[in-house]
Every structure is written in C-alpha cells, then in structure tokens.
Design a protein around this ligand. Structure first.
Ligand code: SF4
Ligand code: SF4
Ligand code: SF4
Length: 373
C-alpha cells in the first residue's frame, strides 16, 4: 500500500473513531440523561449558532447549550479561517456518516451518481436558505427550534427506538433516511445541499489564505482528482481550489498519481496532506483540552443544589421524581398524587421516563399541573 493510500485509510479511521465516540455519547445521553452525559446539541457547533443571539443579547445560554458548545463553535470557526472547511472533511461525525454510506454506495453501484449540473448549481444554494430560515426562527424563539427537524438529532436518538422517533422527531427521522439514501447515491448529500453549518463554514472559508493549488506542468490529465472529490469539484480543470464547497477532505491530493502536482498551500507554505490533517485535528482537540483546563468548557447543566427551590418550568427530563419533589419542595407522595403516578413507580425514575410506566404521561402536561400550584 502506498503512502497516500495509507493516509486515506488513517483519515477514514479517524472519521470512524469520531463517529463511534459521538454515537456512544448519544446513547449514554439517552440512558443517563442530560445531567450526566452531554446531549448531541451541547456538542454540536450549530447549537451554539442558534444560541448566539440569546448569549449576546441577554448573556444567557438557551436550553441544552453551554459554554462548551460555544467553545466548539469558536474552534470550528478558527479552523474555517485557517484551513477552510476542514472540520467538515476531517472531523464532523455527520459528514463521516455520509461518507461511509457513500463508500457503501460505490461498492454496490460501482460508481457515484451526480445530480445534473444545471440542477446541482441551484440546489447548492439551498443550504444558505436553510441557514437563514433556521437562524431566524432560532433567534426569534430563543430555543433549539430546529431540533425536531434535525437529522443529526434523530440519529442521536436512534437508541430510543423507531416508534419514539416517529412520535417525537418525525421530520428529523425522515431527513435522516433521505440523507442516508442521498449519500449512498450522491456522496455527502446533506453537506452539499442542506447543512446550514456547512454554509457558515463555506462563507468563512472565503476569508482563509489556505487553498489547494495545482502545478499544471506535473498534471497528466488523468482526472482522478475530480473523480474522487466527494463534493464534485472539477479539480482537474482548476488551477486552484478556493470553492466554498471544498471540505478539505484531501481525497483529491491523495488520489493524484503525480507527487507534488496537487499541493496544500497555507499562505506561501506548502503542506503535506498528513501534516494538514494532523494540524487540523490537533488544533481542534488541543483547543478543547486547553479550554477544559481553564474551566470554560462545560457541556452539562450545573447541578441544582439540594436546598434550592425550582419552578415547574425548570424541571428537566433527566431529573428523578425524588429530585423533582425536592426541588419543588413538595412531599414525594403529594407529587405522585398530583400526577396520578402509581406507587409502584420508583422514586428514582427520571421524569422523562415516567411514560415507560404510564404511556399517557406527558412531561409538558405534568409541568403545567405542577406549575398551577
Ligand atoms: S456540511 Fe454539515 S454535516 Fe457536512 S460535514 Fe460540514 S458540518 Fe458536518
Ligand atoms: S477539492 Fe479536494 S479537498 Fe476539496 S472537497 Fe474535493 S477532494 Fe476534497
Ligand atoms: S489527479 Fe493529479 S495528475 Fe490527475 S488530473 Fe488531477 S491533478 Fe492532474
């Protein structure tokens, strides 16, 4: 196996690792609850963008968004400024998921399909429209407005079961299926056409000095770079890649048979693919580690002190019934009576899990009942 092929496999290995880790995290969040395991929203830079207005306007985080989410957002913006959309090509787990389904599609169909260029050009603008709409409503509602329509959130809730997803996240679940089928056929389908965060990074990447340049005299016009580009950029017929669509996956550089023909260029310095990938990943994770050591990386809600009184609106799904009773300063028996919860439901049952004992139990209705007193 030649060196470039090895780097390709290492990159896929890293993407698989990030996807597995975040999948486990999503699963842990489901079983442990938001108080003990960070939610997918708290770990998604887009959540920070949705909460930015509230943070700037009132200095508060919207629900499920914490300082760590903002740190992730800032780090990905810094990466976009220095290395263009490298977060998309080298770290993002949802991008990785699409890429792995695309590999499966190529195995099945022996090729990757392309949406006709005339349609594709216009479809690429869709993500900017999605960005405008989602930001407008997120800032208007001061909440994670997009969550029910988010395929990534649906993916993170798969462990809850399909019927629960259909009940609570139907649109997101449908979009997840569309993304998976779309990626099997068209590679990075959601990234190309729908991802609002991809739109943000694409716009910011326009200010980056980083680019991929082609040394024309070394090119043998084999077209392998274009063929291997998941974003369908015509690398073979470009002198340099500065497109907002480029996710800096390095696949064109790594597929080129002529050493030095395609080069990563940071300002005037040439960077090898392995160094580029390493720098991006080190920048991202060292940023997290440094902010964690400074105490500014938090992805969990602060625990509610035992002596603090909470309102019904402040009840979280991950709280146990006992914690809810303590927080509201009511006797646990009184809480059970008010909510018609049978005695056989353990006090350590999480608020959101009461419906496992009483199917008709609704957290929102229960909060309304408790809020009336
Ligand atoms: S475009 Fe969106 S989903 Fe795709 S890799 Fe980038 S952030 Fe992830
Ligand atoms: S141009 Fe190269 S680095 Fe950019 S997306 Fe295409 S293959 Fe990846
Ligand atoms: S893969 Fe390299 S040699 Fe082949 S067309 Fe692209 S730039 Fe030229």
């Amino acid at each position: 196996m030649n060196k470039n092929k090895k780097i390709k496999f290492i990159r896929w290995g890293l993407l698989a690792l990030f996807l597995i880790l975040i999948t486990i995290q999503g699963f842990l969040h489901q079983i442990k609850g938001g108080g003990e395991a960070a939610s997918i929203h708290a770990l998604c830079p887009y959540g920070a963008l949705e909460g930015l207005y509230s943070l700037i306007g009132s200095g508060t985080f919207i629900e499920k968004i914490y300082s760590g989410t903002m740190v992730l957002f800032v780090l990905t913006i810094i990466i976009a400024l220095i290395f263009r959309r490298s977060f998309c090509g080298l770290i993002c787990p949802f991008g990785a998921l699409q890429e792995f389904f695309a590999l499966l599609g190529k195995k099945i169909f022996k090729k990757s399909f392309k949406i006709p260029r005339k349609i594709d050009i216009y479809l690429r603008y869709l993500k900017y429209l999605v960005l405008l709409i989602t930001i407008f409503y997120a800032w208007k509602t001061a909440g994670l407005w997009m969550s029910p329509y988010d395929p990534w959130a649906a993916y993170a809730h798969l462990s809850e079961g399909i019927s629960s997803l259909i009940d609570e996240n139907l649109v997101g679940f449908i979009l997840l299926i569309v993304t998976i089928i779309g990626s099997i056929l068209y590679d990075r389908f959601f990234c190309k056409y729908l991802c609002p965060m991809g739109a943000v990074y694409g716009l910011i990447s326009k200010f980056s000095p980083y680019k991929i340049v082609k040394n024309q005299e070394k090119c043998v016009n084999c077209n392998l770079c274009t063929k291997n580009c998941p974003m369908n950029i015509d690398v073979a017929n470009s002198n340099q890649i500065t497109s907002a669509e480029c996710i800096n996956c390095q696949l064109c550089v790594l597929s080129c048979p002529k050493d030095g023909c395609l080069e990563n260029r940071q300002v005037t310095k040439s960077l090898k693919p392995a160094l580029t990938i390493t720098m991006v990943i080190v920048l991202f994770f060292s940023g997290i580690l440094i902010s964690e050591s400074l105490g500014i990386y938090n992805t969990l809600p602060a625990p509610i002190p035992a002596n603090q009184t909470i309102t019904a609106d402040e009840i979280k799904g991950y709280m146990t019934l006992k914690e809810v009773a303590n927080g509201l300063k009511v006797d646990i028996k009184e809480l059970y009576e008010k909510l018609d919860i049978p005695e056989n439901v353990p006090e350590k049952t999480r608020f959101k899990d009461v419906k496992n004992f009483i199917p008709e139990f609704s957290s929102d209705e229960a909060k309304d009942i408790l809020g009336k007193d």
